[in-house]
Write a protein of this length. Structure first.
Length: 173
């Protein structure tokens, strides 16, 4: 693999399974740092990158949230990560478009870019088998199938509300 931006490639390779993935540093709406990790015995993580200006994202978030209700957070964490927008704008968007997922921020889109993404919506799924990526909208049935493959069933559990992201490493919970 030829890499034109060595630091970005090193981080992306770590995220994509060419070595142990590094913790992902994000922020809560209140500005606190949250480090997302995955290790032995930890829940799988689905990170859905989105932005308020993306109409496909606005359409997809409720479908993802609905499918995520089948997930037991002790087994699968589904996170909605806003790419590059100010906390006030994200809060305003959430008031107009509520959904029930933990919301985190990727200031400047650093994590999104380091994972090799260029479009939205984008998804990073982190399991014991490694990291997979996908770009583009997913319909409700697609989300149900993807999450069912991770062990989410109708009796699985419920995700926490959109505000704040709680119970994640480094957020003081």
């Amino acid at each position: 693999m030829r890499c034109w931006r060595p630091l970005a490639c090193a981080v992306a390779l770590g995220l994509l399974g060419a070595g142990p993935p590094a913790p992902i540093a994000l922020r809560t709406l209140a500005g606190e740092e949250v480090r997302i990790t995955h290790g032995a015995g930890e829940p799988d993580v689905v990170i859905h990158f989105w932005a308020s200006w993306c109409p496909e994202c606005a359409d997809e978030l409720p479908s993802l949230a609905g499918a995520a209700r089948a997930c037991d957070p002790a087994r699968v964490r589904v996170l909605a990560v806003n790419v590059g927008e100010a906390p006030a704008l994200v809060t305003e968007f959430l008031a107009e478009h509520p959904f029930s997922l933990p919301v985190l921020l990727d200031p400047g889109g650093r994590v999104w870019r380091q994972a090799g993404f260029w479009g939205l919506p984008a998804n990073l799924t982190w399991t014991a088998q490694g990291v997979t990526r996908s770009v583009g909208p997913t319909r409700a049935e697609g989300w149900r199938e993807r999450l069912a493959a991770l062990g989410c069933t109708a009796a699985g559990g419920a995700q926490t509300p959109a505000q704040p992201a709680s119970g994640l490493a480094g957020d003081g919970a």
